[in-house]
Design a protein around this ligand. Structure first.
Ligand SMILES: Cc1ncc(COP(=O)(O)O)c(C=O)c1O
Length: 379
């Protein structure tokens, strides 16, 4: 089996699984409980938070545990909207965001917020200049992803941050779900980013884990209220075993980030170059994209047909994002990049993790060549 669908989810790492099991058995107390078992869990929670914060160069009070990317995006956007309602009703985002962002925006529009969806160029990139032009006195939030999940475009987050230095009261939210371990993101007091969202299952941690960075001093309303956990910002009994496993996976992802990114980049370049040699293949991913995503299509062959043909040979890939693939919706990022609908329907996404090898990529190309011959023979 070759697993090339790591942007949809990754396989949990053996060490994360081991941590999960060990902590479940040994630290099962509720961290809010007053007795010793609670105290042990609470300490472990603190250590996990500290470890994540240190790896990001921020403080532990700036890290909030969540259930993943969707929750984080919803919280950053709706939490800002609720908190800043008295100051303005305008939000800026891009036209290539994940549905967790896009649909949060659409929901807010139903309640009277105005949303500007910035266009992207043919590489799927937003322009910092467009952000500047879109800011109004009533703008309360700018939400731009770091790395696009469908084609792997890298957004100019630092440049946008520079633009937003002129507007210090505007919240700057970055969906960093696809950037983790692949593209560095500067957080902390010298960065203009106010909120960044992370999801554990994209870096070999258990499902249902994630965290959000919220810069000290930035306020947003909690969406999940109750027992007051996470400094009363996100209630609910903490999933300590999964959080400890996530902290471990995060360390194993962040420490070798450059080595891993170089390795994935080598595999990606090989795949991009090999695919580009095929007359009837269009590669949609930009040359200078994230190291783990290659999006392409075979002329006139729907993406899902290619996905199933590869699956028959033990190779697992996706049609664009995992969320839209079942609903057979063409990649919305490609539509925003001005790719015609019929061409966008051919999209197939290969997504890598540091566990993948060049040998797997070579095997992939051998299988793909057969699939390609089969589909293009008659045309
Ligand atoms: C860019 C991006 N944002 C958000 C999410 C949602 O994350 P989760 O699956 O943890 O809810 C994903 C998942 O694919 C993603 O790729």
């Amino acid at each position: 089996m070759i697993y090339f669908d790591n942007s949809a989810t990754t396989k949990i790492s053996p060490s994360a699984l081991e941590t999960y099991q060990k902590v479940s058995e040994q630290f099962f107390g509720n961290p809010s409980s007053l007795h010793q078992l609670g105290e042990h869990s609470s300490r472990l929670l603190h250590q996990s938070r500290l470890q994540i914060a240190q790896l990001l160069g921020v403080t532990d009070e700036e890290i909030y545990f969540t259930s993943g990317g969707t929750e984080g995006d919803n919280w950053a956007i709706k939490g800002t909207a609720l908190e800043k309602k008295p100051y303005g009703n305008h939000i800026i985002t891009s036209s290539v965001e994940h549905p967790a962002v896009r649909e949060s925006m659409e929901q807010l529009e139903q309640f009277g917020w105005e949303v500007t969806y910035l266009p992207v160029n043919e590489k799927g990139e937003v322009s910092a200049d467009d952000v500047k032009k879109a800011v109004r006195p009533e703008t309360v939030l700018v939400s731009i992803m770091a790395v696009n999940n469908e084609v792997g475009s890298i957004q100019p987050i630092e440049e946008i941050g520079e633009v937003l230095r002129e507007y210090p009261s505007v919240h700057f939210h970055v969906d960093a779900v696809q950037a983790v371990g692949k593209v560095p993101l500067k957080l902390g007091k010298d960065s203009r980013i106010d909120m960044a969202v992370f999801s554990g299952h994209k870096f070999h941690a258990p499902r249902g884990t994630g965290f959000m960075y919220i810069k000290r001093g930035r306020r947003l309303a909690p969406l999940i209220t109750g027992g007051g956990q996470e400094s009363s910002q996100r209630s609910g009994t903490e999933n300590v075993p999964a959080i400890a496993a996530m902290a471990k996976s995060f360390r194993m992802t962040m420490e070798p980030i450059q080595t891993n990114a170089n390795k994935m980049m080598e595999i990606r370049s090989y795949l991009m170059n090999s695919l580009k040699e095929k007359k009837k293949v269009t590669v949609f991913s930009p040359e200078k994209g994230a190291p783990h995503i290659v999006c392409f299509g075979i002329k006139d062959i729907r993406g899902e047909v290619v996905v199933h043909a590869l699956e028959d040979k033990g190779i697992y890939v996706s049609t664009t994002s995992a969320c839209s693939s079942r609903s057979q919706v063409e990649a919305s990022s490609l539509i925003a990049m001005n790719v015609p609908k019929q061409v966008a329907q051919t999209a197939v996404r290969v997504s890598l993790s540091p566990d993948n090898t060049l040998e797997e990529a070579e095997e992939f190309m051998t299988v793909f060549n057969n699939v390609y011959e089969q589909f293009t023979y008659i045309n």
